[in-house]
Design a protein around this ligand. Structure first.
Ligand SMILES: C[S@@+](CC[C@H](N)C(=O)[O-])C[C@H]1O[C@@H](n2cnc3c(N)ncnc32)[C@H](O)[C@@H]1O
Length: 340
């Protein structure tokens, strides 16, 4: 089962404003609807006379996600403002690469998400973007794909970033892409989790790296114990693309929480789980991880996760597992270990 969420006010207000622009735009042909979590924008495209084709980077609520936009050409595109600036830049290039000449791109979102300054990212590629609608603390910017403009970086590969990360056996190349958590570095919480994992028996074990990002936890685990087998799960298909390059041959699972798993049973589930979805803070993913883990563990399997120290996890861990231990307390972080 995927996680159930109620829409953030920003999502609702932004999609309403964008739908209003579409209803007056008189578009025909194929319209690319990018990163929109709610159904209203695609519905507004159809009502205006176009054919909506949605692209989701995140496999939330059972959506089929992919790391790159579908092949064009498109007569128009809408883009729900992404969280990070480099993620916006990549999405604008992706849109431009599949838009017909003179086709519009509409970028929309809340002012406190950075909608007011998105033109700084759009303009260098598309030419000047202007605000065509505002209201409900949101705005819609419009720009056009002009002939003779700069060439968009129109493949995921053109956004690939390679850095060097320190592993137990020395430095190794690490691949990341815009919008991935801890882009090209090891997060301090992840570092504490890695330290705690040294005490766990891993030889020959089947491990799930839940919310794997670019795969740092799984890769360290394999560097420490090459006989372990690691599956990598994340809701972000771009993160999974990076993880697949960083750990070749691992099984990649595009999933919202445990939603895409069926009969899998692991010896260990390990995680540095998320506490945000977009701008909104949430404990939903970590609570579902703890509650759901026993269904995906073998009889003697265990869960290890890192949280911020102040997060009240003890009661939930104790009501889910027979044995609960704090494996490590370090700085701001606490590593929990639960076993039946
Ligand atoms: C705190 S990061 C940890 C990434 C990586 N494990 C690390 O330590 O660098 C959390 C990850 O959770 C993923 N995520 C967010 N919501 C999720 C969900 N509902 N299901 C699965 N993964 C999710 C994010 O895409 C992100 O990669």
């Amino acid at each position: 089962m995927s996680l159930k969420r109620s829409a953030d006010w920003r999502d609702r207000a932004a999609s309403e404003l964008m739908s209003g622009v579409l209803s007056g735009a008189g578009i025909t042909g194929n319209v690319l609807v990018m990163l929109e979590p709610l159904p209203e924008v695609a519905a507004a495209v159809s009502e205006a006379g176009g054919q909506a084709r949605s692209w989701h980077r995140f496999a939330r609520e059972g959506k089929k996600a992919s790391a790159w936009v579908p092949a064009g050409p498109f007569a128009a595109a809408t883009l729900r403002l992404p969280k990070a600036k480099d993620e916006l830049e990549m999405a604008v290039h992706a849109a431009a690469s599949v838009l017909e000449v003179d086709a519009p791109l509409w970028v929309y979102g809340a002012n406190d998400e950075g909608a007011g300054s998105a033109d700084r990212v759009i303009d260098p590629l598309m030419g000047p973007a202007r605000t065509v609608a505002s209201g409900g603390r949101c705005r819609v910017l419009e720009a056009f794909r002009r002939a003779g403009g700069p060439r968009p970086r129109g493949t995921l590969n053109e956004w690939r970033r390679s850095t060097s990360l320190e592993f137990p056996a020395g430095p190794r190349e690490w691949i990341s892409y815009p919008g991935i958590f801890a882009h090209g570095r090891v997060d301090p919480g992840t570092r504490v989790l890695l330290a705690a994992m040294r005490t766990v028996r891993l030889a020959g074990r089947h491990v799930l790296d839940f919310a794997c990002g670019s795969g740092i936890v799984g890769a360290f685990l394999l560097a420490h114990e090459p006989t372990a087998r690691v599956d990598l799960l994340d809701v972000d298909s771009v993160a999974l693309a990076a993880a697949g390059e960083n750990i070749t041959g691992a099984r990649l699972i595009s999933s919202d929480g445990f939603g895409a798993l069926e009969r899998e049973r692991y010896d260990l589930i390990v995680s540095n789980p998320p506490y945000h979805e977009g701008k909104a803070e949430t404990r939903g993913v970590v609570e579902n991880l703890i509650r759901g883990a026993p269904d995906y563990l073998k009889a003697a399997g265990s869960l290890m996760l890192v949280t911020r120290r102040g997060f009240p996890m003890a009661a939930l861990m104790k009501s889910t597992f027979k044995t609960v231990e704090v494996s490590l307390d370090e700085g701001l972080y606490r590593v929990w270990f639960g076993k039946n």
